[in-house]
Design a protein around this ligand. Structure first.
Ligand code: BES
Ligand code: MN
Ligand code: ZN
Length: 503
């Protein structure tokens, strides 16, 4: 989809559709008023007759509004003006885009971006609109033999700003939003691909491909390399599969030498059958999404590199399958991690932490500014937070706060859960330094506690995205989360680095 920024009167737009808002009860916005005036009260007449009351998310499509230069005017309800906040803005934009996609207009000029949204600036309005529009046209149909034709989808969306001096900043915001949207789409595509296509080797190829187009340095460590490094926990999971494990490292050297990198670590289990602790059959297909953490690392690296952010980022992806097999981990097996700590594998289905712990140890070599791991780690997180919030854990409150704020801004929200030492006891093993499970109570927290034992040497946060990375049911599919959160976090960090450098 194409996006542009414009400033100018709605009644003068030569376009298929002009989108303007109506507050409840029956009050036109500034753009609506301008059209109303030129059309001799055409809009206020309609509103007076009760066909558009301004209820949030309602729409009314009008044709041939007198004296305008556009084919259509789409009225969108905004709800009560004093309740109009970020969520209401999103809802109004979402329903206008839905109507545009379902009716004849293939291009439109949107005036909702001129509305005042409490505590949000123009960049935010543009970013949200671009991301919602891209979301509305995303399809994953490359594996169908016939692509479904969408009837007259939206092709070009122009966003209006109130003043000419906002045009340049608006265009910059569009550029940034499109980079994020492309990162989101990459994460969605990888998540949606089935495990017979999206193997560890496929993820490695994708990383190498990204490296070529975006000038990233990419290394792929093979089994022997991992053996040499002593990654016994990761390799114990991989040995139950015929697909060779890959350990993928991407470098985006955006910062100057004196700045240490932010390291992103993504869980790359391309299929999780549970291993010998086999999962039930129902919905097991959804475990192809168990590499969504890895996908979000690739998506974020893509966005960051496209934006040329002045910050160094390293992406680490431990990738393998978790399957039952004669060579697979058995409950009770004891494995030695790269850190030297030994782990009793009481449940082979708690495999994410086994591959992540070695990746976290590997991350030490970058002397990172911060390490963030992203993983579809626990079903318990879905029970705790549902599908709306990413679970957030951190050994550093300032880092946690930054991530919470980034998620809030990007509408990719996270909620922090405790990492208190009290929970560590649940990981006690009689036979090794720790067990890989902590029992039913607080399953997401004990999983994070396990990881924290491998993240002692740096500032670290863990995002459990089991509930947010994909949707099940009728709209089954990957969401691309938390690429928006991570990109926003890095954009902010880059801004801070730049501000400090400028004194
Ligand atoms: N990949 C799963 C977590 C998961 C489950 C994500 C459901 C999304 C939906 C993970 O590897 C896993 O199996 N976790 C176990 C841990 C348990 C054995 C302690 C779980 O959550 O059941
Ligand atoms: Mn599992
Ligand atoms: Zn898993």
């Amino acid at each position: 989809m194409e996006f542009s920024i414009k400033s100018g009167s709605p009644e003068k737009q030569r376009t298929a559709c002009v989108v303007v808002g109506v507050f409840e009860p029956r009050r036109l916005t500034l753009a609506g008023d301008l059209i109303d005036r030129i059309s001799n009260d055409y809009l206020s007449d309609i509103i007076r007759r009760g066909d558009m009351e301004g209820k949030l998310g309602s729409t009314l499509l009008l044709h041939n509004v007198p004296h305008t230069l556009c084919d259509r005017v789409l009225l969108v309800g905004l709800g009560k003006e004093r309740d109009f906040k970020d969520q209401e803005f999103r809802k109004a934009v979402q329903s206008s885009i839905k109507t545009l996609n379902e009716t004849g207009s293939m291009e439109a000029v949107m005036y909702l971006t001129e509305l005042h949204v409490r505590r949000r600036d123009m960049d935010w309005k543009i970013e949200q609109t671009v991301l919602m529009a891209m979301e509305s046209v995303y399809r994953f149909d490359r594996l169908k033999s016939k692509q479904e034709e969408v009837r007259r989808p939206l092709r070009k969306l122009t966003l209006s700003v109130s003043r000419r001096n906002e045009l340049a900043a608006g265009e910059e915001a569009v550029r940034r939003s499109q980079a994020i949207a492309q990162g989101v789409n990459l994460a969605k595509d990888l998540g949606n691909l089935p495990a017979n296509i999206c193997t560890p080797a496929y993820l490695a190829e994708q990383a190498v491909g990204l490296g070529k187009t975006l000038n990233l340095k990419v290394e792929v460590l093979e089994q022997q390399d991992m053996e040499k490094l002593g990654m016994g926990a990761l390799l114990s999971v991989a040995k139950g599969s015929r697909q060779p494990a890959k350990f993928i490292v991407l470098h985006y050297p955006g910062g100057d030498k004196k700045h240490k990198p932010v390291v992103l670590v993504g869980k790359g289990i391309t299929f999780d059958a549970g291993g010998i602790s086999l999962k039930p059959a129902a919905d097991m297909d959804e475990m192809k999404y168990d590499m969504s953490g890895a996908a979000s690392v690739l998506g974020t690296m893509k966005a960051v590199a496209q934006l040329q952010l002045p910050i160094s980022v390293v992406g680490i992806i431990p990738a393998c399958e978790n399957l039952p097999d004669g060579a697979a981990n058995k409950p009770g097996d004891v494995v030695t991690s790269m850190s030297g700590q030994t782990i009793e594998v009481l449940n082979t289905d708690a495999e994410g932490r086994l591959i992540l712990c070695d990746a976290l140890t590997y991350a030490e070599r970058f002397e990172p500014e911060a390490v963030i791991d992203i993983a579809t780690l626990t079903g318990a997180c879905v029970i705790a937070l549902g599908h709306h919030a990413n679970g957030l854990f951190s050994n550093d409150d300032a880092l946690a706060r930054e991530l919470l704020q980034a998620g809030e801004y990007a509408h990719d929200r996270a909620w922090q859960l405790p990492l208190w030492d009290d929970y560590q006891e649940q990981l006690k093993s009689n036979f090794a330094d720790m067990a890989n499970i902590g029992g039913r109570p607080a399953g997401s927290i004990t999983a994070a506690c396990f990881l924290s034992r491998f993240a002692k040497k740096y500032t670290w946060a863990h995002l459990d995205i089991a509930g947010t990375a994909w949707k099940s049911g009728k709209e089954k599919g990957a969401t691309g989360r938390p690429v928006p959160l991570l990109t926003q976090f890095l954009v902010r960090r880059a801004q801070e680095i730049k501000q400090k450098a400028e004194g």
